[in-house]
Design a protein. Sequence first.
Length: 127
Amino acid sequence: MPPVHASSTYGSAAEEPEPRRKRRTDWVAVKDQVVGLLAAVVRWAGLFFAALLVLHVIFVIGEANPDNGIVSFVQSWADWLSLGFQDLFTPEDAKLKVLVNYGIAALFWLIVSAVVARIIRRVGGSA
């Protein structure tokens, strides 16, 4: 312990600051956090896409005004997110067609995002 000088700005040796130690970064923990964050983003994106598709189904079945800004926004995104599922089945009833095809597309996004998130976690090494 270094000697205490009377002219020290600290009243006693107990008040002197300890020398700073370098913090060691736990890179494994950082990697696990990044992998977990990336997997969560993938899951949330899939959930958001599925929610837009379900919202489109609700708007069509409920006969929402297609000229409304929200309805047209959701419809444009739903058409893009359906990835070819929009004409997979072609029943006579237009509402049933939207329900089945866009419902399958919503399930697709939920399943794919869950699988991709699990792969990210496995490859990233976190459980």
